[in-house]
Design a protein around this ligand. Structure first.
Ligand code: KG4
Ligand code: ZN
Length: 336
């Protein structure tokens, strides 16, 4: 038995989100308020502005989640909230809101690791997805390969040595003069380009490696652009985006399948904001089909930051016997 329904709250970066899950884990609502318009003019997330935007939105987002689920606060059974990793000020807003609500309604409060949330998103759309499996988390802050067992045990197999894949997208987009956020902008522009016209070097780590590195790629784009005049850049923007994107996603797909093969596991989940990338999804789907590997790719709404995945990870914690903590604190540098 676990207390239900569960309200999930996420505020670790630049989305304010609230979601409600019922007893069997069905998502009753998942409201996401994006701060893109706040940060666009700065070309990246401004921590102080993120915290303020969370503060002004969070209550409205929670009310909307309750309304969509046809519930009132009094119907809730538990609250799960992101504890870290993330921006301290942003985390504080969600966690203190959750604490206040839990205290006022005498509800159990569960702290969730944001990465556990992303991992849980694989099972939101496909509850029968098997264990053991390989999980690739690719977001703005993380590029991590895990092996996940049925009992929840998680082994880190490899990670990025420098930038996260999402960072590579965002910084590349900035260099290309594209709109913020960069990942979706490169994705859109690349569809009009040819990934073979301008080739970028794949990261030079060993073929069997489970680590990632994207800083060299970034530098390579910088040098390419430096050698072009404005007219050439404009004329070749789509091919540049397609080639750059290709270098990121090829490495992600290769490493994920090296992990699959070397572990003998037959299931792969790819989660986190970058898993929304259309080229990555196409390559993964084709490769999984060819190698007869079961693939979990969450629907778009569960790829980028959302509270349904936080509520889901919180539900798993409750099911596995984790005790609620009344005096929960933020953990901005929480590790996977
Ligand atoms: O998971 P997420 O919403 O936040 C973090 O936990 O970091 O991931 C955000 C990242 C950003 O770097 C964004 O550019 C990237 O995911 N992203 C994409 C796409 N959509 C979001 N990257 C490539 N292609 C996309 N379609
Ligand atoms: Zn995230």
């Amino acid at each position: 038995w676990i207390p239900c329904p569960i309200l999930g709250i996420e505020s670790s970066c630049d989305e304010t989100s609230a979601a409600i899950l019922d007893r069997d884990g069905t998502v009753l609502s998942n409201i996401v308020s994006s701060q893109d318009s706040v940060h666009r003019q700065f070309g990246g997330v401004v921590p102080e502005l993120a915290a303020r935007a969370h503060l002004s939105t969070i209550d409205r987002v929670v009310q909307a989640a309750l309304l969509e689920a046809h519930l009132s606060k009094q119907d809730l059974g538990a609250i799960a909230v992101t504890q870290g990793p993330g921006l301290a000020g942003a985390l504080l807003v969600g966690l203190n809101y959750a604490k206040g609500l839990a205290y006022g309604l005498s509800l159990p409060l569960i702290g969730v690791n944001h990465l556990e949330g992303h991992i849980a998103s694989a099972w939101l759309a496909d509850p029968t997805f098997p264990f053991p499996c390989i999980v690739l988390v690719v977001s703005g802050g993380h590029t991590h390969l895990f092996r996940r067992e049925a009992d929840g045990q998680t082994v880190l197999l490899g990670r990025t040595r420098d930038d996260a894949a999402g960072e590579a997208f965002d910084k590349g987009a900035q260099m290309l003069g594209l709109d913020y956020p960069g990942g979706p902008a490169i994705d859109r522009l690349a569809r009009q380009g040819n990934p073979k016209t301008i080739r970028f070097p794949l990261s030079r780590l060993q073929k069997s490696s489970l680590e990632f590195s994207f800083s060299g790629l970034k530098t390579s784009l910088l040098y390419r652009l430096r050698d072009m005049d404005a007219a050439a850049r404009a004329a070749q923007a789509a091919d540049l985006a397609a080639g750059y994107q290709e270098a990121i996603v090829r490495v992600l797909v290769d490493r994920a399948f090296v992990a699959v093969r070397s572990s003998g596991v037959r299931a792969l989940a790819v989660v986190g904001g970058v898993s929304a990338n259309s080229r990555l999804r196409a390559l993964l789907t084709a490769r999984a089909q060819a190698e007869e590997i079961r693939l979990a790719l969450p629907p778009m709404a569960y790829c980028t930051d959302n509270a349904a995945m936080i509520a889901s990870a919180g539900r798993q914690s409750l099911l596995s016997g984790q005790r609620p903590v009344a005096d929960l604190e933020i953990l901005p540098s929480l590790r996977p």
